[in-house]
Design a protein around this ligand. Structure first.
Ligand SMILES: Nc1ncnc2c1ncn2[C@@H]1O[C@H](COP(=O)(O)OP(=O)(O)OP(=O)(O)O)[C@@H](O)[C@H]1O
Ligand SMILES: [Mg+2]
Length: 236
């Protein structure tokens, strides 16, 4: 496995409170990897650390061998790390299409498989909504738009925070198909999600977090079959 993203022993704090206590993980080129764990274990903080939004106090984060530590978030984004936060942050007064176009302009990068046409092909629902303002979209539609926007930047790796959260079962099934299409397009994915049934369908490997540490890692089949681990760290 050629690692595209290597996170080593990162320690991250918000003010006085230390949240990540030495998190290490690796994502190979072309993989879909899940970061699992209950509420408040540090999944979002791990993503914020990778993006330089809450820079780690120590440890190392490398993208294709290039150290990201000390770089600004926009530089990290331009190097090819895409981030879809759980609160989506779409522009409410812009239409769906304007949101997508804006993402491409902000990326300042041309080329790559993801174009407006490809996004509409992958998310037919967005094509139907292209003239609708962000505020009028449902939560599920906003999630799709946020993922589409992330793809418009043609990242090497896309970090998706809680992609399946709050979606109806049918929409989750649809999202499963979409994630696999994204993987086929050559984009590597790291997703933070609590839904192990969803993760099992899309991810090859997973890391389980608790209390700011990786407690277990393995293939999604190994995780799924390990009842003790599932009960201890994941079951509701
Ligand atoms: N801005 C902040 N300031 C202080 N503490 C924070 C901040 N953001 C998160 N935390 C704390 O850091 C810990 C980890 O939070 P984080 O959001 O990374 O967890 P998570 O695994 O993403 O959880 P969730 O499932 O709720 O999204 C929690 O204890 C949380 O209260
Ligand atoms: Mg979170």
């Amino acid at each position: 496995m050629t690692a595209i993203l290597e996170v080593k022993e990162i320690i991250t704090r918000y003010g006085q409170s230390q949240v990540l206590h030495g998190v290490s993980l690796e994502v190979g080129e072309g993989e879909v990897v899940a970061l699992l764990g209950r509420n408040g274990v540090g999944k979002t903080t791990t993503f914020r650390s990778i993006m330089g939004l809450t820079p780690p106090r120590s440890g190392s984060i490398r993208l294709k061998g290039v150290e990201l530590g000390g770089k600004k978030s926009y530089e990290i984004a331009r190097l090819g790390v895409g981030y879809v936060p759980d609160d989506r942050r779409i522009f409410p007064d812009l239409t769906a299409e304007e949101n997508l176009e804006m993402a491409r302009r902000l990326a300042k990068k041309s080329g790559g498989p993801w174009t407006l046409a490809r996004v509409y092909q992958t998310f037919p629902v967005l094509e139907g909504l292209k003239a609708s303002k962000g505020t009028t979209l449902s939560g599920g539609e906003q999630k799709m738009l946020a993922i589409g926007r992330g793809l418009m930047k043609n990242p090497e790796i896309l970090l998706l925070d809680e992609p399946s959260e709050g979606l109806a079962p049918l929409v989750v099934r649809n999202l499963t198909e979409i994630i696999l299409q994204i993987q086929k397009s050559g984009v590597t994915l790291l997703l933070a999600d609590q839904n192990i049934k969803f993760c099992r369908k899309v991810a090859g490997r997973g890391y389980i977090m608790e209390k700011g540490l990786i407690q277990y890692k393995g293939t999604m089949d190994e995780i799924w079959q390990n009842e003790e681990i599932v009960r201890k760290y994941l079951a509701v």
